[in-house]
Design a protein around this ligand. Structure first.
Ligand code: WT7
Length: 713
């Protein structure tokens, strides 16, 4: 079948809809979340007249009242709301079933999440072909602007037509190497256009991509390759960041030498920026040093010469997996988060459109690496589904100097800029002149993601970077949520520095008391849960649904547990206060303390390690490691350095302990469980109220730790 059979769904919305009023909400409040005062407050449209026509979603959300009216509908009638959202995409078969979800593990069905389950769609088609199909002139619109690590290297623009051609060809290369619908393909790539090509090519043929962050070490790579049984790897020969090249292909070779990866049959290697002219650092001298396994390793540019550029998109069921993305948990091995097709694209597409107020012609830039969910949802899928022009930046914010982001904004006339608080905090250390000497007049909207943004950084971002002109869109969400969950909508309501403000359409936040596990009525502070499903959420962990249920649905039955603390103020504004579990968020990277502990404990001198975070103004959290040593081993500076190196080698260069605290013992319960609560208090440091220490095996250890901690000195 040809793609021209794709229809834009045009359902009749002839029914007369009542305006959404407080009354209609309260009358229908059979669901418990509707009796939540916050929800009713948000649902209370001030006008009794409908302020939008209710037959299709508006292009823009302009006022708080408009938001409230649509929010109310999205909660009252999720089927209708999410049907309208899905109508923004092209389907081979528009779904007749919209929402079919169960959050309560105690039911006979158990936790089970399905959206648009009988819909047939292709993500790649919607990101590329669709735009050209509906308007031929779009073929010539720039899809991606490549900004290389070294600013003087030639810049490279790729149009929608060119991107589509490359994606089709590379999809044929994958097919030639036996990749079929449902197969898992691992990507280990830097921030280059080819990474987007590879992801979209997988989506086109229905292969499930698993992107591994380029900073990860061979051990981590191996664990993630074998974790999803992928037999095909896509990489580049080198990555270049901050003027230094990193041998990605060699790291893949090292990972594949490990036993758990013996099933890998094919490694497809892109040449870094193949065909780009004027490359200063083209790695050609390094390329000569690459090892090559004939029959396994293939140069993509050579393979591309052997295939044609015709490739029909695969018809995918809305609930077919689109990708797996590994994220650190508080315990055990990394979790393979599974996102599916129809709901994910609907959600990322709609959140991108509203949260960033994207207008046709805008140039958008997100600094996140494609190895993280932000790169998936807001570098690749959300923007392309909205036919955006996106800057792909290969480098780092401090190279060649700390003006780099602002220079890029001027060079490409970026209108919407999305980055992380960690970058902002590192850049605000320097003289404001690095910012103010640049123009930045193109900027309209500034986004933030990854950690709570402290009011100081918020204000600097707003006044110095944005000249007090651009709203700061502080977006709270997670790998598991697929897309933005709590965020302002530009210029629709007042901002408060440090608050992500209100939940997105369809998202019902609910606070719980950590100790009593009882729901809390706002205003209050508690553990943040979400009361009902949304289309973008992860469906499971790869081949481990039980762990999915345990981690996210057991703490508060019937609710998705985020692992974050949150305060909801009397005005309904949400303030995320950070993780409540054993996950550290350091410079925007999500790090499971268990993984770090395992790395430390691998060292022959170490008996046991306990890792906790402490507040750090620059990195959000610092990493503090308590370590006990084997009987005859003496603490030394040498050992300290070795341990730091072990963590970096095992987890990646982006992760390192700030403090290694050697101790003779750790505070444990009589059942042998380390009391992290106490360790956290010690390093915070807040030793005034350590809580109940009576169940400790050896209560004197607490005094000793306080005495020797560099944080309490
Ligand atoms: C954790 C999720 C979402 C993409 C990047 C991180 C923290 C994220 C914010 C924000 C306060 C935030 C939370 C969350 N976080 N954004 N705007 N304000 N905290 O994805 O690696 O899955 O980490 O990052 O603690 O749970 P992730």
């Amino acid at each position: 079948a040809s793609s021209s059979t794709l229809v834009k769904n045009s359902t009749n919305h002839n029914a007369i809809h009542q305006p959404v009023t407080q009354r209609s909400i309260l009358l229908s409040s059979t669901n418990n979340y509707l009796s939540n005062p916050l929800v009713t407050r948000l649902c209370r449209a001030t006008s009794t007249h409908s302020i939008w026509n209710e037959t299709a979603l508006p292009d823009k959300i302009k006022t708080l009242d408009e938001y409230k009216a649509i929010y109310a509908l999205s909660i009252k009638d999720p089927n209708r709301f999410w049907k309208m959202a899905a109508e923004c995409l092209d389907w081979y078969q528009f779904p007749t079933k919209i929402k079919n979800t169960e959050f309560d593990y105690r039911t006979s069905r158990g936790v089970d999440i399905k959206w648009y389950e009988d819909g047939i769609i292709n993500v790649c088609y919607n990101c590329l072909d669709r735009h050209i199909h509906h308007d031929h002139s779009i073929a010539q619109q720039v899809a991606l602007i490549f900004e290389p690590d070294t600013p003087t290297e030639s810049r490279h623009h790729i149009t929608y037509a060119e991107l589509l051609r490359d994606v089709k060809k590379f999809a044929n290369v994958l097919k030639k190497h036996g990749v079929k619908k449902g197969d898992r393909v691992t990507l280990y790539m830097p921030m280059v256009i080819e990474a987007c090509v590879a992801m979209l090519a997988c989506a086109r043929i229905g292969a499930v991509h698993s992107v591994i962050f380029g900073g990860f070490s061979p051990n981590n790579i191996a664990e993630r390759i074998s974790g999803c049984d992928s037999t095909v790897i896509i990489t580049t020969d080198f990555g270049v960041r901050g003027g230094k090249s990193s041998p990605l292909k060699t790291k893949i070779d090292q990972a594949l030498a490990l036993k758990q990866c013996s099933n890998v049959k094919t490694v497809l290697v892109f040449e870094r920026n193949h065909g780009m002219t004027e490359l200063k650092d083209d790695c050609s001298h390094l390329r000569k040093t690459l090892e090559w396994t004939d029959g396994r390793d293939f140069w993509v540019h050579k393979e591309m010469e052997t295939v044609n550029d015709k490739c029909e998109p695969e018809r995918m069921n809305a609930e077919d997996p689109l990708f797996i993305l590994y994220t650190s948990g508080s315990t055990g091995t990394p979790k393979g988060i599974v996102h599916t097709t129809g709901g994910y694209l609907t959600y990322t597409s709609l959140t991108f459109k509203y949260s960033f107020d994207y207008n046709p012609g805008d140039v958008y830039m997100c600094t996140a690496d494609i190895g993280w969910i932000t790169g998936h949802s807001y570098v690749v899928y959300g923007p392309l589904a909205n036919r955006a022009t996106t800057v792909i930046f290969e480098g780092i914010p401090t190279y060649p100097d700390v003006s780099r982001y602002w220079n890029i904004i001027d060079k490409h006339e970026v209108n919407i800029f999305y980055t992380a608080p960690t970058a902002i905090r590192s850049l605000m250390q320097h003289d404001d002149a690095y910012v103010t000497k640049t123009n930045r007049q193109s900027l309209r909207i500034l986004g933030s993601v990854g950690e709570p943004i402290n009011p100081e950084a918020w204000k600097w971002y707003h006044s110095v970077v944005g000249d007090n002109r651009c709203p700061i869109i502080d977006t709270w969400w997670q790998t598991e949520t697929g897309g933005i969950m709590i965020s302002p909508i530009p210029n629709a309501w007042e901002l408060e520095p440090g608050s992500a403000t209100f939940p997105f359409f369809g998202i019902q936040t609910q606070l719980f008391d950590q100790t009593t596990k009882k729901p809390l009525k706002p205003p209050n502070h508690g553990e943040l849960c979400i009361a009902d499903s949304w289309p973008g959420q992860a469906r499971s962990l790869y081949r481990n649904h039980e762990r999915f249920v345990d981690v996210y649905f057991k703490t508060y039955p019937g609710y998705y547990f985020t692992g974050d603390g949150c305060e909801i103020k009397p005005n309904g504004y949400h303030w995320i206060t950070g993780r409540v579990d054993d996950v550290l968020v350091i410079s925007g990277h999500n790090i499971g303390t268990a993984e770090v502990e395992a790395a430390l404990e691998e060292h022959t001198s170490v008996t046991e390690a306990a890792v906790v975070g402490y507040p750090d103004p620059k990195k959000n959290q610092g990493m503090y490691c308590f370590v006990t040593l084997k009987g005859n081993v003496k603490p030394s500076e040498e050992l300290r350095k070795e341990l730091i190196r072990s963590v970096r080698d095992s987890i990646g260069a982006h992760v390192y302990p700030d403090v290694i605290h050697f101790t003779s013992n750790l505070p444990k319960t009589r059942s042998g469980k380390i009391m992290r609560r106490i360790l956290r208090k010690i390093v915070e440091p807040d030793t005034s109220n350590l809580g109940d220490t009576s169940t400790l095996n050896d209560p004197t250890i607490v005094e000793e730790l306080i005495k020797n901690s560099p944080r309490t000195k």
